[in-house]
Design a protein around this ligand. Sequence first.
Ligand SMILES: NC(=O)c1ccc[n+]([C@@H]2O[C@H](COP(=O)([O-])OP(=O)(O)OC[C@H]3O[C@@H](n4cnc5c(N)ncnc54)[C@H](OP(=O)(O)O)[C@@H]3O)[C@@H](O)[C@H]2O)c1
Length: 337
Amino acid sequence: MQQEKMAAIGSYRGLPLGDRDSLQDVDVPVPQLRPRDVLVRVSAVSVNPADVKIRASLPPSQQPRILGFDGAGVVEATGSDVSTLSVGDEVWYAGDVTRPGSNAELEAVDERIVARKPGSLTFAEAAALPLTATTAWETLVERFGLTSGSRGTLLVLGAAGGVGSVMIQLAKELTGVRVLASASRPQSRDWVRELGADEVVDHRDLVATVRQAAPEGVDYLVSPYSRGNIERYAEIVRPFGHITGIDAPGGLDLRPLVPKSITWHWEYMFTRTTYQTPDLAVRKELLTTVAGLVDAKRIRTTLTTTISDFTAAGLREAHRLVESEHAIGKVVVARQP
Ligand SMILES: NC(=O)c1ccc[n+]([C@@H]2O[C@H](COP(=O)([O-])OP(=O)(O)OC[C@H]3O[C@@H](n4cnc5c(N)ncnc54)[C@H](OP(=O)(O)O)[C@@H]3O)[C@@H](O)[C@H]2O)c1
């Protein structure tokens, strides 16, 4: 039997964005549902650095790779064992790096990582948040173990970016720590202040500006750009402090952290889906909590740019903005404004 087809945006090999083949409009089979999957009709997606990095380095393949991790849309069908969602539910999710993604009309996603989207947000506003909120939540709550009773100082580097923009807000909302945010330009400095940062430091002059804002040093540091920074971290993090690396730099030498007994954590928000860990449903639970915070107006969307062109051309434009490494907030590609 001929399988039903859908429109998607895919890549056959890693190419620079200047090449129109880097992201192409393609027709692919509608995904088959696993028992715990929901089929989501995708209304909006955001582009993350993960999309950009994977797209640029794809090995050649006969089948197009469909990227896209963040998604917001409506449940169109449910697998045989789905018990938490129904057809017609408006949902958001941060996807699974091992499966075809959200840059498509329809996506099959495990119900354990899909939550109801905040009712107060449009699909575009919602699509900006799931992946970065998951990363921020797992970093603050699971790696650092922060709670409302926690004190001390948290330094969020690259704070005007996707992850930092929601991390600042969650740190202020869920924990008692003081938040230092790094930004290097007037627009990014203004943005992190608006989001609630207590102090702004500059990652181009990290040690001096952190020393000014926190003469005793910081207790927790989030590192999205780790290469070449370890000696600096050793200067500005306090003895017994904690750092979470959210990038994947090669050849990192952590020995400068030894004299202060600083702990290095790794955060990779795809760990639960990649290894199908028994606590997979934490991904759904944390997005449900974040949706509640959004609807209570305690967290706001980090959407700053909407591209209302859900085609390869629209996605190439979104990748271009994210590839600059100077995005403020999030870039979303939506089917309607
Ligand atoms: N491990 C995970 O699960 C996970 C999840 C999400 C993201 N990530 C990774 O985390 C990193 C950040 O992600 P994102 O979505 O926040 O990226 P993003 O939105 O592209 O970040 C852009 C921001 O980074 C800042 N920046 C640029 N160069 C910097 C530097 N050398 N030091 C500090 N800040 C710098 C810029 O600030 P200025 O313009 O002010 O300079 C800009 O606001 C990426 O490498 C991404 O792959 C990992």
